[in-house]
Every structure is written in C-alpha cells, then in structure tokens.
Design a protein around this ligand. Structure first.
Ligand SMILES: Nc1ncnc2c1ncn2[C@@H]1O[C@H](COP(=O)(O)OP(=O)(O)OP(=O)(O)O)[C@@H](O)[C@H]1O
Ligand SMILES: [Mg+2]
Length: 255
C-alpha cells in the first residue's frame, strides 16, 4: 500500500511512513486539541514538499480567522492559494439550508441536500486545483443533521465513497466531547479506514496531550498513545516516548 507523509515526523513514524493513499481517515479530538492545526500541516506539507495540491473545506470556522490563526505558525496560506497549491472553501452555508430545497421540479429534503451539496462542493474544487489531499473540518455540522443512525451511516458512507472515488487522501475531523478515555464510538469511526485520536487531559494542573492511532486498515502501525505538543511550529509528536495517559480504554457503542 502506498503511503502519504503527513509532514509531522513523529506521526509518520507511528504510521510507518504515512497515511494510506486514497483513504478516508478520521481525526477525533476535543476543542483545542489541534485538529485544525494537524489538518493544515498535512495540506501544507503536500503543497510544499510533495507537489500535491490540497483542498481544505471548513464547515465551522470563519476562513479569515482560520488564516489569522495559521499565520501564528508562520504559515502563509494565501500565498499557497495564489500558487494554486491550496484551496480553502467555506462550506458552512450547508448548515443553513432550509428544511426542503427545490431542485428542478423536485423538492429535496434538507438532509439529503446537505450531504449532496458537500460532495458537490468538494468535487468542484478538487477539479479546479487537481487536489490530491482533502481536509473536511469538522464533519460534526453534517452528522448532527442525522439523528437517525441508519440515515447517518448512509450519509457518511456516501461521503466517504465519493471522497475515495476521487483518489485523494482525505482527513475528516470530528469533535470528541469526552474528557476520559472512556468514550462512545460513533458510526463514522467504524466506517472510516483509519482513526487518529487526539487526547487532552489535566495531570497535576498541567495539560497532557496524547495521540493515538486507533485503527489504520492495511498498515502495521504503532498502537500506543504517544505524547504530542502544539508549539510555534505546529504539532510535534514524540513517537519514541511513553505517554502519561495510560488508563485502560473501555469504549461503548453509541447509537
Ligand atoms: N503558537 C502556539 N503555540 C502553542 N500552542 C498553540 C499555538 N497556537 C495555538 N495553540 C494551541 O492550539 C489550540 C488550537 O488548535 P486547533 O485550532 O487546531 O484545535 P481544534 O482541535 O481544531 O479545536 P476546535 O475543536 O475548537 O476547532 C489552542 O487552543 C492552543 O492550545
Ligand atoms: Mg478546529
């Protein structure tokens, strides 16, 4: 299986060279755990080091604010956009689609329309810059529109299938609310090819961060939780070190 380097050295070591090409990988983490920074590092590395254009689709965050935050790491995203190496798209309007939308003579329900619109937005922009890497950050705004588990599975499967058919390597972030290692596993985690979890804990009044590759189909990977830091260079993973986070994991299945 071919590998796509993320550009985060320690994480690439944990993955034995990088992410599997052409797959859909979930990045799960709580607020401020570094999902957006990790995703942008992945796209920047592709654009700068691997000659692979990247598409970033935001479902939540204001694009202006995102660029400002990333500039804090010395990352000039607009320069990459000008060179056609990066496209940043605000897809948050899909959250505001009314209950039903008229398409030609047909009325289409909000739910169907939301996932279809996202897929269309992605396809159009991938073509524009010939993207090889895609980030959707975070998918939560979409999945929350599907309280019914079977509808949710179908919407996620449709999205993953559409992304896989594009041949791109895809990172999809999702919000994690649990503050312990015990958490509810959601449908998207079963359906993704791989799952990377960013854990953040308080230990003796100090924040401890740990990254874990929970699954990665087709790759022999490190399955331990390893420490990571967010520094002025972005995310740094210490793949040779043991994490202070060592509580046994007991997860439950969520409907
Ligand atoms: N220059 C920096 N040095 C160290 N840490 C930083 C720096 N800039 C940001 N951070 C840390 O990164 C966090 C934000 O990371 P990021 O936006 O990637 O998180 P996120 O998981 O996407 O959060 P959200 O769920 O809110 O979108 C901040 O809360 C802060 O702890
Ligand atoms: Mg974010």
């Amino acid at each position: 299986m071919e590998h796509v380097p993320t550009g985060i050295d320690g994480l690439d070591k944990m993955l034995n060279d990088g992410l599997p090409t052409g797959r859909c990988i979930l990045v799960c983490g709580g607020p401020g755990s570094g999902k957006t920074i990790l995703s942008m590092q992945f796209l920047r590395h592709g654009a700068i080091q691997c000659n692979e254009s990247g598409l970033y689709v935001s479902l939540d965050e204001d694009i202006g604010q995102l660029k400002e935050e990333m500039a804090g790491f010395g990352w000039d995203l607009e320069k990459l956009e000008e060179k056609g190496k990066l496209a940043i798209v605000d897809a948050s309007p899909i959250r505001h689609i009314p209950k039903e939308v008229k398409v030609g003579d047909l009325w289409v329900g909000k739910r169907n329309f939301s996932s279809l619109s996202l897929i269309e937005i992605v396809k159009k922009n991938v073509e524009k810059i010939n993207a090889k890497r895609i980030v959707i950050d975070p998918i939560t705004a979409l999945t929350l529109q599907y309280p019914d588990i079977s509808e949710r599975r179908t919407a996620i499967l449709d999205l993953f299938e559409a992304l896989s058919n594009l041949g791109t390597t895809n990172l999809i972030t999702t919000e994690l609310r649990s503050v312990t290692l015990e958490r509810k596993i959601r449908a998207e985690e079963f359906l993704a090819h791989g799952v990377i979890v960013l854990h953040v804990f308080m230990s003796d009044k100090e924040i401890v961060r740990g990254i874990q590759i929970e699954k990665m189909r087709g790759i022999a990977h490190d399955d331990q939780i390893r420490p990571y830091k967010i520094t002025e260079k972005g995310i740094e993973v210490f793949s040779q070190e043991k994490s202070l986070i060592a509580t046994p994991i007991t997860s439950t299945l969520q409907v």
